[in-house]
Each structure stands twice: as C-alpha cells, then as structure tokens.
Design a protein around this ligand. Sequence first.
Ligand SMILES: Cc1cc2nc3c(=O)[nH]c(=O)nc-3n(C[C@H](O)[C@H](O)[C@H](O)COP(=O)(O)OP(=O)(O)OC[C@H]3O[C@@H](n4cnc5c(N)ncnc54)[C@H](O)[C@@H]3O)c2cc1C
Length: 351
Amino acid sequence: MKVAVIGGGVVGLSATVALLRQGVDVHCYEPGEPMGERSAGDTRIFRLAHAYPDMVMLAERSRALFAEWSERAGATFVDEVGTVVSGAEVGAWADAMATAGAAHELVEAGSPLLRLPAGTFAGPALIDPSGGVIRVDRVRAFLVDAVGTRLRRLHVDAIEETGPGVRVTSGTDSNIFDAVLICAGAGTSALAAGVGIDTPSALEHHFRFSFPIRPNAPSPLQCWITQPAGGQLGTYQHVAAPGHWAVGGHIDPELVSWESARQAAEQASLAAVTAYVAEHLPFVEPRPFAQVYCTHNPDLGDGLQFVRCGRVLATYGENLMKFAPLLGETLARAGVDGSTPANAGPHTEAN
Ligand SMILES: Cc1cc2nc3c(=O)[nH]c(=O)nc-3n(C[C@H](O)[C@H](O)[C@H](O)COP(=O)(O)OP(=O)(O)OC[C@H]3O[C@@H](n4cnc5c(N)ncnc54)[C@H](O)[C@@H]3O)c2cc1C
C-alpha cells in the first residue's frame, strides 16, 4: 500500500512513523523545516486534564504511547512535574477526570501542593499529577530520525481523486497514492477543499513569550493553565528551558485577528502578557526575551476532528502536541483500513 502524508508537523511525522512501522510505503510532504510551523519551539504542556471525559481517556492513551516512544528512543519526552488548571470552571474538569478514573486533586490557592510562580490567584485549582512539560526538541529529533528519507521537501499544490487512486501534485512532480492523510495545519483547509472536505479556514495570530524565572521561585514549577476570570487574562504557562518561564495568553480576538498586521498583533499580545506577568507572577521578571509564533484557528478549543472523503482523510484540532503519538497511530490505522476515526471533545457530531 502507498500512502501520502501531507505536512511534516508533529501530527504528520507521527502518522508517517506509525505507517512505517506497519510496513507501508509512505511519503511525507513538507516544504519547510519539519515541525517548524505550529509545532515550532522546544516545549509544550502535557495534561490529562480536560473538560470532557473522552478527552481525558484519549490523553491517557497518548501518555502511554509517549512512554513507548521513550523506550524506543531512550529519551524522556514528558517531564512529569504536574499540570495545574485554575479558575471557576475547574469543578467540571475534575468531574471529567473522575469519570475517566484519572488521578487528580482539587485544592485552594495557597495549598502547599502547588508550586507556581504566583502567590494567589482566582478560583480553586485542579492538580493533574500526570501532566508536565513535553520536550518538543527531543520529539522533533526522534521523529525526524525515524522518518528518515521518507520526508519529501515539497509543497503539495493539489490533491485529486482519480480512477486508480489519489493524485498528489507538487509543481511538476505527480504521484498516485492508495490513501492520503492531510495533516497540514494552517494549510489543511485549502488542500482539503479541493476534494470537497470542509475544515475551519479562519486564522488568527498567536504568540507565546518567555521571561526569566527569579532564583527564589518554587522548584520544580508545575505547568499552569489559568481560566479567564473577571477581566483577568486566561493563560497557559510552563518552564520552557531552565530558568525560562513561557506564558501565552488568550488575547482579545480583535487584536490578533488575521486582518490585523502580524506586528500589531505581536505588540498587543506582548503588552497584555507582560502586564499579566508584572501583576500576577512575583517569581517571574516581566522582561520578555524570546517568543514563539504560530497561526491558530479561532474558537476550536480542545478536540480532535476527522473528516473523510473517499480515500482522503483530513484531521484538525487544537493543542495537538499532547496527542501526537495517539494521532499518529489513529491516522495510520485509518489510512490503511479506510475508516474514519471518531471525533472527540466538544464537536463530536458524526461526519
Ligand atoms: C505557542 C504555542 C503553544 C502551544 N501550546 C500547546 C500545549 O501546551 N500543549 C499542546 O498539546 N499543544 C500546544 N500547542 C499546539 C500544538 O503545538 C499544535 O496543535 C501542533 O503542533 C500542531 O501540529 P500539526 O502537525 O497539526 O501542525 P503544524 O506543526 O503546523 O504542521 C503542519 C505542516 O504542514 C505543512 N504544510 C502546510 N501546507 C502544506 C502543503 N500544501 N504541502 C505540504 N506541506 C504543507 C506546514 O509546512 C507544516 O509544517 C501550542 C502551539 C503553539 C504555537
């Protein structure tokens, strides 16, 4: 069987590696640096904690597959420092954890179980002890090595169903495949539309900034997600490298809309996140020194979505790094047997 994977982000590379392990003849198309777009940067947050029990259970399966990768690579891919989610809604998240049978604890601000760079904060906190920092730098090295020469440094211009298979065209290069998996991140909707698959196309700018951690901060710091409350910014935060605290914020959509220039969105995001750090994080210096940029589909939220048309399967979602090994296995299976994986999370309508 011959399968094309479009996109060499973490999802496409994971699918390619899973297909190779099944002995499939697979080509992964990626014109830029592998994991250089939405998968860029060296770290992300892993968490079992989600608002939906099915997502918690999928994250548990993904965590087990990260452990399998670790065994194969002889490297740790998740630094298990724990992840904390705080805010008024965490009771519902705790219910989802309980339904899924996942270890968790609900505590108040000030609990000795918390190791955060803040003194106090709004709402109770849910501690997810299995959460932690995903070492994206190591994931990238592992996947790129495993994919090897199956990476084709080409931009796919079009996908077209033909009698014998699906034609994938890139400039003057054209190949026929038995199945195609579209894992092209921001490029997915344009490619998928060509074969009649509808996926979200709206985009916005998103920035994450790094700040120095003060030497007197608790250690090791847990990853932290703060839900928006009373005008306070919703954020996600974690150690990005020793002594570096990464903070991303859910900025007013008007300020980061696709119609805004990237530079204006960057300035608005930087101002909002730095002000948040200055006001709420006494153990972090409000002195940004690095950033990660990506495009983002607004309003998706946590969830995994799959849409099929014939021999072409497209996937999309948000916060996919933590699901990468699971998505790889799931897409590889569906690519080979022609099935459509079940959607998960908030948008679970059937395809
Ligand atoms: C700042 C930031 C913080 C994040 N925090 C978290 C977090 O804490 N936890 C978490 O789990 N996730 C997090 N995420 C989300 C996660 O990183 C992304 O969901 C994930 O990396 C998406 O991977 P992908 O493979 O779908 O997309 P991408 O990495 O964007 O890969 C898609 C690839 O397709 C290629 N492509 C596009 N069009 C074409 C074409 N026509 N032909 C060939 N190739 C094409 C692109 O070049 C790209 O490399 C964060 C993302 C960012 C940017």
